[in-house]
Design a protein around this ligand. Structure first.
Ligand code: ADP
Length: 627
């Protein structure tokens, strides 16, 4: 019972060594389980051996010492009897003879016989006279003749010198009696050197036995520890391969019906639960994806239906603006128009985003001149920049046009979004658009990098990534102040990726931001782009084909304003009849404005049929679509 707290504290002492002063884990704890088991059993074994060793040595020491004390007392008693007559008659010669027989005992170093009054009767030194003085010298000061006995030399090993006097010698004093009357005393002194020598020999022997035993035990433990570490290592390997492959259908093998087997079993059960949950999650995700795709699909399909009436409203508002209106009516109309345009912008963003999400955004691959595209885009926003006292500069390498093949509408959309954002978030500052064009080593394609920098409000670092997510704004208050849907950058970033490029941003709050839009494009020969100059539409013959009454009216009104000649068709069949009749009259149409989305025969099919009939050989066909 008493030993338990001791063992507890000792274990505490040992385990405290496993962490250093700062509480950091010692390297021992980082060892593999196999080495830990070996270390643990070795420490426990060494401790047990140490205890056994100390107990054995102590016991042996006690036994040998007691045996020496007993033999010294017996020898003292028997010598007291033998020498009594010599002492009584003061026969020192006989007395010395008797004492000298004691020197045959290997442990006796000295014998001293005194008379009752303390005078020395005889004295024997076995071996050299010891220096410093032995316990006998302290017991009684020798008097008279003290000739040390010669012969029977006794060798004391060096180890004796290291011990204290009392630890080196034993002594016993016995009275000498004649007829029961004390006549003197005999003091015998024995050295413990023999006992020590025997203890040292035993120590070496035990140590040798322990070393052999320890090596044997270590070899045995090394083999047996596999019973514990083997299943743990297997389980760890299995866990690693499951986490690497993400394959939760794998299972670990239960090897033994012990705690480790139980652990493996529980691990397998966990895997089963993960697998069930994964399946449920995957199903839920697939359903959510399907629902999202259906939503995007719906919006993408609705694109035409939503934009058509908007275009009708805006077009009519524009036409109305050119009629006779009083100032109040004109103001109201302008508000209707600008609100409509703002609404159309939002609708366009939502529809574009849905198109991208539904995977229905297809980029065109047509020739365009990047320089004029950038000039036109920056010209369009220049007024806006000036209104906010911003200076807009464009730096383009060289002076020549840069002809590329790509989707100019979408490139313009991204640049325009970056420029309007820069203007929106900057006041009394500078906005700089710069272009870098690099050749790609692996292909003929060019890598175009367009950076738009401003000296505006900037964006906090933690918001820099999220602004590319849909419906996200760096600061909610900007919506109230500047408006916006938070879709522009999400769309631009997706468009950049579709063009094998990227859209990135760096910014410092209060200093400004730089957005870099890059995309890859093949160069093309300048010859592919036919130069267009200003054209007059007056007296040109137009064929307008649209199934919607509002659109037909809008287009007619607009063309009338330009003094064009117009024929109108409400269907593809009607359009075919008009085109054939016109070509028979040798007066083919100059331009055919054809609605792309028409019931029965759509715009594309109608154009192909017209081409086949050679009815529109010299006619420019312009396809109109709101989607
Ligand atoms: P929004 O229609 O809100 O402008 P965007 O996707 O174009 O949507 O931009 C998202 C947000 O990113 C903006 O609301 C604004 O917080 C931040 N942002 C974009 N461009 C800039 C800029 N040049 N300077 C500061 N903040 C910007």
């Amino acid at each position: 019972m008493q030993a338990y707290p001791l063992v507890h504290s000792y274990c505490g002492f040992l385990t405290a060594r496993l962490t250093d002063r700062d509480g950091k884990v010692n390297w021992i704890l980082k060892l593999p389980i196999r080495s830990k088991i070996l270390a643990m059993i070795s420490i426990a074994g060494l401790n047990a051996m140490l205890i056994i060793f100390v107990a054995l040595i102590y016991n042996s020491w006690q036994q040998q010492r007691e045996a020496l004390v007993d033999s010294l007392e017996i020898l003292g008693q028997s010598t007291a009897v033998t020498i009594s007559a010599a002492v009584a008659f003061e026969d020192t010669l006989t007395g010395r003879e008797i004492l000298s027989s004691l020197s045959s005992h290997p442990a006796i170093t000295r014998a001293v016989v005194r008379y009752n009054d303390g005078r020395l009767f005889a004295q024997l030194y076995a071996g050299q006279q010891p220096t410093p003085k032995t316990p006998i010298d302290q017991h009684a000061a020798p008097q008279g003749n003290q000739t040390p006995a010669t012969g029977n030399a006794f060798y004391l090993p060096l180890v004796e010198l290291a011990l204290s006097q009392s630890a080196r010698y034993l002594s016993t004093e016995q009275p000498i009696r004649v007829n029961g009357k004390p006549v003197g005393s005999i003091l015998l002194e024995a050295t413990l050197t023999g006992v020590y020598r025997s203890i040292i020999e035993q120590t070496f022997f035990h140590l040798a036995v322990f070393v052999v035993g320890f090596i044997f035990a270590a070899l045995l433990v090394n083999r047996l520890q596999k019973v514990i570490s083997g299943p743990i290592t297997d389980l760890t390997e299995k866990m690693r391969s499951i986490s690497d492959s993400n394959d939760y259908t794998l299972r670990a093998v239960v090897e033994n019906p012990d705690e480790l087997g139980d652990l493996t079993q529980r691990f397998n059960e966990m895997l089963e639960q993960i697998e069930i949950r994964d399946t449920a999650l995957n199903e839920a995700r697939d359903q959510a994806d399907d629902a999202n795709r259906s939503k995007s699909q719906f919006l993408a399909n609705m694109s035409h239906e939503i934009r058509t009436p908007m275009n009708g409203m805006l077009g009519m508002a524009e036409l109305l603006e050119n009629t006779k209106l009083d100032p109040k009516q004109l103001r109201y109309l302008q508000i209707i128009r600008s609100s409509g345009e703002a609404l159309l912008n939002v609708i366009n963003d939502i529809l574009d985003f849905s198109k991208i999400e539904a995977g229905k955004m297809h980029l065109e691959q047509i020739p365009f001149d990047l320089r004029s595209l950038i000039d036109q885009t920056s010209d369009l926003v220049n007024d806006l920049a000036e209104k906010k006292s911003n200076r807009l500069t464009v730096s383009f390498p060289g002076n020549d046009p840069v002809h590329l093949i790509g989707d100019p509408t979408r490139v313009r959309q991204v640049i325009s979004n970056l420029l309007t954002n820069a203007i929106k978030f900057t006041e009394h500052g500078k906005i700089e658009l710069s272009v870098l064009i690099a050749a790609r080593s692996s292909s003929s394609a060019r890598l175009v990098e367009i950076s738009v920098s401003d000296t505006g409000i900037g964006i906090a670092e933690e918001k820099l990534q999220s602004i590319f997510e849909a419906f996200t704004q760096a600061d909610g208050s900007t919506t109230r102040q500047f408006g916006g849907t938070g879709l522009g950058l999400a769309i631009s970033s997706q468009l950049a990726q579709l063009m094998n490029g990227s859209l990135t941003a760096t910014s410092l709050p209060g200093k400004g931001s730089t957005f870099t839009f890059s995309f890859a494009a093949e160069p093309c020969s300048a010859l592919v782009i036919p130069k267009t100059g200003p054209v007059t539409l007056e007296d040109r013959r137009f064929l307008v084909v649209d199934d919607l009454e509002e659109n037909r009216q809008l287009l007619t009104e607009q063309l009338n304003r330009w003094n064009c000649q117009i024929d109108i068709a409400a269907s593809a069949t009607e359009a075919l009849q008009l085109a054939i009749a016109a070509s028979q009259r040798q007066q083919p149409y100059d331009v055919a404005l054809i609605d792309f989305n028409m019931p029965e025969i759509d715009g594309k099919e109608l154009t192909q049929t017209l081409k086949k009939l050679s009815a529109t050989r010299d006619t420019k066909v312009i396809m109109i679509s709101a989607g």
